[in-house]
Design a binder for this molecule. Structure first.
Ligand code: 5GP
Length: 347
């Protein structure tokens, strides 16, 4: 047994220090970024935020709504090939530029992903997602995917440490998904005691990935636009959002009514709700590592998207970053023991 003594930080442990700026208005801030991916060699331009591949977030409707903002959607893996066909026929190629095809690591997942990617060359992103990115089987799947799809952008995770981030990039990932345990409906830390505070995971993994010419996505733990700014400030190239985009018209969650009030169900992809829906229940050798919550209906996602992008532009102006790309370089975090003033929050 060993103990690492240096304190690891989450978003709630820091604020971004303001810096002198020549920007006159937040409208001058460019949030769009352009990447050329290490292995795939292709480029992509857009706002590097990703709707999470959860079936109550990353839906086809969400992809259509967010593509207009240049935001990506990692479409969840539970749509059939026929569903994909219908979706692809109903949208312009422009929307498909902002879509990731999610997959697990079974042989069936591989065949299905192959069939989906064959539907349109405009699909350029694959998101290989497992709860524990430390398994050998997962690394082998990433290599197999890289071999099968040399020009697709492969995003793979989740991990939280530099050495595993490097291994995934060397095995063929362009983007490594970073985050174990920070999610809003995740109970991994409660059930297993395993995890890593998200901001430190991002800082350490970004350093490792960038050293090899790869990218990272900070996945999970953002509860407000300020957290998204902190994730980018910490070095994330992309930020993935679940809870912040749940509960909207496009999120696809079941709407339930209680005492005349309507709510939308939102649940973790390893929760009992998800396993009942997709795999016929929780297998007896495992525990659910996600929970189900009821959210008040939040209306169309475009209002929330505007709020997030507005917050991000404002964060950039506070530190004098005229482009999102410059935010990390302009960020100094201060460690704090307070965040917002909550005195009127219940009112
Ligand atoms: P959020 O933005 O809601 O804080 O986090 C979203 C992320 O939580 C997802 O992208 C995914 O990585 C993670 N997640 C989703 N469902 C579950 C789950 O059931 N268990 C765990 N451990 N993580 C989950």
């Amino acid at each position: 047994m060993r103990i690492e003594e240096d304190l690891k930080l989450g978003f709630k442990d820091v604020l971004i220090r303001p810096k002198r700026s020549t920007l006159k208005s937040r409208s001058e801030v460019e949030l769009e970024r352009e990447f050329v991916f290490k292995h795939a060699g292709v480029s992509w331009a857009g706002v590097p935020i990703i709707a999470a591949n959860m079936d109550t977030v990353g839906t086809f409707r969400m992809a259509q709504a967010l593509a207009g903002f240049g935001i990506l959607t990692a479409v969840h893996k539970h749509y059939s090939v026929e569903d994909w066909q219908g979706f692809i026929q109903s949208v312009t190629q422009d929307v498909l530029q902002h879509v990731m095809v999610s997959t697990g690591t079974s042989d069936a997942d591989f065949s299905k992903t192959k069939a989906i990617l064959a539907l349109s060359p405009a699909l350029k992103f694959i998101c290989i997602d497992v709860a524990n990115g430390y398994s050998e089987h997962f690394v082998q799947f990433v290599s197999k995917a890289r071999e099968a799809w040399p020009d697709k952008v492969i995003c793979a995770g989740n991990v939280v440490t530099g050495e595993m981030c490097e291994e995934l990039i060397l095995s063929g990932a362009d983007i490594v998904k970073v985050g174990i345990g920070p999610g809003s409906v995740c109970t991994t830390r409660v059930k297993t005691g395993v995890g890593y505070p998200q901001l430190s995971a991002v800082i350490e993994c970004a350093d490792a990935a960038h050293g090899l010419g790869g990218q990272i996505v900070s996945d999970g733990g953002c509860t407000m636009p300020g957290d998204v700014a902190k994730a980018f400030g910490g070095g994330a190239d992309f930020v993935m959002l679940g809870g912040m985009l749940a509960g909207h018209d496009e999120s696809g969650g079941k709407v339930v009514e209680e005492n005349g009030e309507k709510f939308m169900l939102f649940y973790g992809m390893s929760s009992e709700s998800a396993m009942n829906r997709h795999v016929g229940g929780v297998a007896d050798y495992r525990a659910a590592e996600g929970k189900t919550v009821r959210l008040p209906l939040r209306g169309p996602v475009e209002n929330t998207a505007r709020d997030i992008l507005g917050g991000l532009r404002s964060a950039c102006t506070y530190v004098g970053a005229s482009r999102l790309k410059e935010l990390t370089k302009r960020t100094t975090f201060i460690r704090v023991q307070e965040q917002e003033n909550r005195v009127f929050n219940g009112l």
